[in-house]
Design a protein around this ligand. Structure first.
Ligand code: BG6
Length: 296
């Protein structure tokens, strides 16, 4: 663990140079370098708050227990802020372990935990349920795996949504394509908030994009740049994926988004379970996450 107070983070490096950094605040992965440590795979805003007072603009914020603005009333999450409390709570570092893999000699797993006791008074009041989260970040040569387990530790059932709001770093948005979503229905939050179907296998980003793809049949969504594979994002027990780029106006309007033209160097491909709700009965556990391959 390095740093002080709200800026404390866990840093792990493989002998071959790859590394990962996780801020305890939000258990937010703020850096993932592959290719012997030469390639940064995540975009973090130059104005991101990394002091533990505000959710990080960049990296991999963890969205839980609600995605987007919560339902206006009548749901247990209704009093929570947009995207829930996980990204703005201080998590506990549970420890580091090395994982033995027949094919991958070196890999390191970092575990983080958050439960009711770890919440701010405000969040605890807004979502008065007993839960336990364990978030595991595993770094191997050119892969990063991030998996959450959600446990219901209370006496009543609860409902939640979960999403990993990953900001992928790219060179030039005009050369980027997202593939592996064809045939999937999505809600277009920019256009009209209604359901459309992705017909083309290739999604190019030429303006503001904010789409919630639901119930995707394929396991993998890929990001290509200049026609070459850049990232494979493999869903693990989750079926939805959000694609987001704020583009010019929205980027400018966000106080913590910098530089202004940073939207050219990032694209969010956010896997999760956000279509409807996951329900957990007393004592039950749910697990979901992703495996990302950096293909540079
Ligand atoms: C995306 C949402 O997941 O997150 C967008 O689909 C939202 O609608 C974006 O604008 C960023 O959210 P926030 O709360 O980090 O500004």
């Amino acid at each position: 663990i390095v740093g002080q107070g709200g800026s404390q983070k866990v840093v792990a490096t493989l002998p071959s140079g790859e590394s990962v950094e996780v801020l305890l605040f939000g258990a937010t992965v703020t850096s993932w370098k592959s290719n012997g440590g030469k390639t940064e795979n995540l975009w973090v805003s130059e104005k991101a708050d990394l002091t533990g007072t505000k959710a990080v603009r960049g990296g991999i914020p963890v969205v839980f227990p609600v995605f987007g603005p919560p339902p206006k009333s009548g749901h247990a999450t209704s009093s929570l802020p947009q995207h829930g409390f996980a990204r703005a709570s201080r998590w506990e570092f549970l420890g580091k372990s090395t994982v033995e893999d027949a094919l991958e000699s070196d890999s390191v797993k970092l575990d983080f935990g958050l439960d009711r006791q770890g919440l701010s008074d405000e969040a605890r009041k807004a979502w008065p349920l007993d839960f336990g989260l364990v978030y595991s970040v595993t770094l191997s040569k050119d892969k990063l795996q991030t998996v959450i387990t959600v446990r219901n530790e209370g006496d009543e059932s609860f409902e939640f949504q979960f999403l990993l709001h990953t900001y992928f770093r790219i060179q030039d948005i005009s050369k980027v394509a997202i593939t592996g979503l064809s045939g999937t229905e999505y809600i277009d939050k920019v256009l009209d908030a209604t359901t459309h179907t992705q017909s083309d296998n290739t999604l190019k980003i030429t303006g503001e994009v904010d789409r919630v793809y639901k119930d995707i049949k394929q396991d993998t969504t890929s990001i290509t740049e200049d026609g070459k594979p850049r990232f494979d994002v493999v869903r693990d027990n989750v079926k939805d994926t959000v694609t987001w780029n704020p583009w010019i106006q929205k980027a400018k309007a966000m106080g913590d988004f910098a530089p202004d033209d940073g939207y050219k160097n990032m694209v969010c491909v956010e896997i999760g379970a956000v279509d409807g709700w996951q329900k957990l009965e007393k004592g039950e556990v749910w697990e979901g996450g992703m495996l990302v391959k950096s293909l540079l």
